[in-house]
Structure formats: C-alpha cells, structure tokens
Design a protein around this ligand. Sequence first.
Ligand code: NAP
Ligand code: G4F
Length: 355
Amino acid sequence: MIRMKKALITGVTGQDGAYLTKFLLDKGYEVYGIYRRLSTPNFWRLDHLGIFDKVNLIPADLGDAGSIVEALKISEPDELYHLAAQSYVQASFETPVATGDITGLSVTRILEAIRQNCKDIKFYFAATSEMLGKTGLLNGERPLNENDVLRPMSPYSAAKLYGYWITKIYREGYGMFAANGILFNHESPLRGLEFVTRKVANEVAKVSLDLSKEVKIGNLDAKRDWGYAPEYVEAMWLMLQQDEADDYVIATGEAHSVRELMEKAFDVVDLGWQDWTRVDKRFFRPLDVPSLVGDYSKAEKKLNWRPRVKFDKMVEILVEKECYRWERWLKGERFPWDAPNYTSEARILTRSLGM
Ligand code: NAP
Ligand code: G4F
C-alpha cells in the first residue's frame, strides 16, 4: 500500500498557508498546520476554502522552540513548509525587534529542530523579493534573478535575508534538503486587507456601491510584480519535489505601479480613479522599495512552472470578489472576513504620521 505523504505547514491560517493546504490535500497529502492561539479564532481562510475539517491543527508559536519540536513529533512530516511570519512590511517598522525574532530567528529554531530530530525532512522557506530591495533600481534595465545582490530596505526584509542565508547554511553545512522560494508579491481575495491590492479592491468596491467617498493611498510610484497566490503555492511544492534543494525566483516578469493598480481597479467598476483618490502620508514608509520585477526563467526551466494569471486578470478577480461580497453585505449577509471587523485605518497611529 502506498503511504500518504505528510506535510507540516507553519502559517496555515495565512493566505498562502490556506491555498497550500488545499493544494496538498488535493494531491492526497495528510496535512498538519501550525497555528498560534489568538483571543479570537482565525480560521476563516480555511473555512472559506472548505478545508477547515480536513487539516490537522497543532498549536505552536514561532517564538517557542519546544512547541515546534512537539509539532514535528506529532506530525512526522516528509515536507515542512515554513510560511509563518510577521509578513507586513509597514508593520515591521513599528515592531522591528519582534519581526526580527518571528520572521528571522524562527527559521533557525525550525532548522535546528529538524537537524536534531529528523534530518531527512524536506524544508521550504518563504523568502521574498523584498530582500532585493535597492537592487530593484536595476528594474529599468531588466527583471531580477536568483544571482542579483540582496539589499534589504526594511526590518522585515532584513529578517527574511537572515532566514534565507541560514537556510542555505543548513543546506550546505549539514546536507539538509532546504530550499528558498524567492517569491514576488502574490495576491488573492484571501489576502490580508492591509496589503495594497486587496485594500484597493475593497475600497473601490465600496466606492462603486456608494459606501465610501474616497480611497486613501500611499506611494503611487512604487512598482511591484503582482501574481496570483493559488499559482504560487504550486511552485513551493515543485521546489520540494526536486532531487536537490535550490533557490528559485517565482514572479510574473511584469512591473506595474500602484497608480496603475488604482487605474485598473476603478476601471473594473467603470469609474475614473483620480476622482476618488487621496494621497495620505500615513501610508508611506520610512523606506520603500521603488520597484520589483522578477525573472522566473530558472523556475520555468527546472520546475516547469510559469504564471498564467497576470496583472489585469488578478485585479479583476479581486475587485469582482469584493463587489460580490459588499453587494451581499448590503442585503444582510455577513462573511467571516468582513471589513467592518477590521479597525478603521484612520484610528491607527503609526510612526509615519510623524515623518
Ligand atoms: P500572511 O497571510 O500574513 O500569513 C502569515 C502567517 O504567519 C499567519 O498564519 C500567521 O498567523 C502566522 N504567524 C505569524 N506570527 C506567528 C507566530 N508567532 N507563531 C505562529 N504563527 C505565526 O502571509 P502570506 O501572504 O500567506 O505569506 C506567507 C509567507 O510568505 C510569509 O512568510 C511572507 O512573509 C512570505 N511572502 C509572502 C509574499 C506575498 O506576496 N504574499 C511574497 C513573498 C514572501 P495568524 O493568522 O495567527 O496571524
Ligand atoms: O501590498 P504591500 O504592503 O506589499 P509589500 O510591501 O510589497 O510586501 C508584500 O510583498 C512582499 C514580496 O515582495 C512580501 F515579502 C511581503 O510579505 C508582503 O506580502 O505594498 C506594496 C507597495 C509598497 O511599495 C507600498 O508602499 O504598495 C505601496 N503602497 C502605496 N499605498 C501601499 C499603500 N501599501 C499598502 N499596504 N497600503 C497603501 O495604502
């Protein structure tokens, strides 16, 4: 009898954790997910994908090495996907030390637990295009690849850079199967509301239904390479199916500015973006990566992976989903991820207000 493969996912309640869980369950995996105890349960993404009852949940915290060892013992995984992190760049300027610990140092806690207990586990680390930072200025000439210089511009990306290097060190030093996915931005209707794509989609839907009068936004000039999250989790899995561990850029190869995002999102609801937009300094960062575009040719060649949903389609999916949700909300339906449950941005006092 063929044994079902087992996967352990940290960050199972996040955007990628939920899509990866669904992807692996569809492949016949037994999936275990680490979640942290919160005062309010946070399983809405798993619920939305209809998989909440199919994933085995293990309470643990990235700050607590013992709980990670316990999760390994309970799940005995073949593959471990380390996705959990303080993942919001702007918040990393507010909580740089906690971000260093959870987003950076936790990678060593997990790698050490694997090294000491079960060295054969295949390990995936969610590295990021943000690590490229200032090197993004080269985007005027070409998309960036795995060999480009990493020059982080935020406490978040400095922490990820540490995680990326420690992953390579355990791979080379101890012969462990440890891969880095250098993923560029990837979005979906399950994105946290604070990230710019879902924030804009949500606000545009509200404007179109007369529930709001304007969208407040930060740096309109920033450019990102925005892909579609459900496609990116497949790339994570493909990295762990190779004979040898390696590092891969996953991207669409297209750059679009936040200005273009606004334009396209308002276009979906037949409105002109400039009539409804206000630039607000609270959404600027002490430092912001100006531009990021990725060259995914190594992943295409070695993993046979390529993006299918590009910018225009991705924005349409997000805006249409938010319009659908708000239309039903007006009829009295409620959803677990309802925006009214989020704190109004106007009441969040960040250090950017004093800049
Ligand atoms: P996300 O939606 O913010 O999810 C982050 C996950 O980490 C959540 O499940 C969160 O749990 C968990 N977490 C945070 N602190 C924790 C702690 N102390 N102990 C245990 N769990 C903790 O992020 P995502 O978009 O899915 O991204 C997944 C990973 O890929 C992250 O590491 C991110 O930095 C990286 N990445 C993302 C992108 C992107 O564009 N999405 C691109 C490159 C890299 P709660 O639900 O309890 O908060
Ligand atoms: O959506 P964002 O907050 O994503 P960011 O900072 O690029 O980070 C995301 O992608 C990374 C991969 O490169 C991940 F590693 C990370 O975990 C996260 O998933 O902001 C995108 C851009 C930035 O330049 C930001 O300054 O949009 C700009 N922006 C302009 N106005 C805004 C806003 N960002 C947000 N969140 N909110 C605004 O109102």
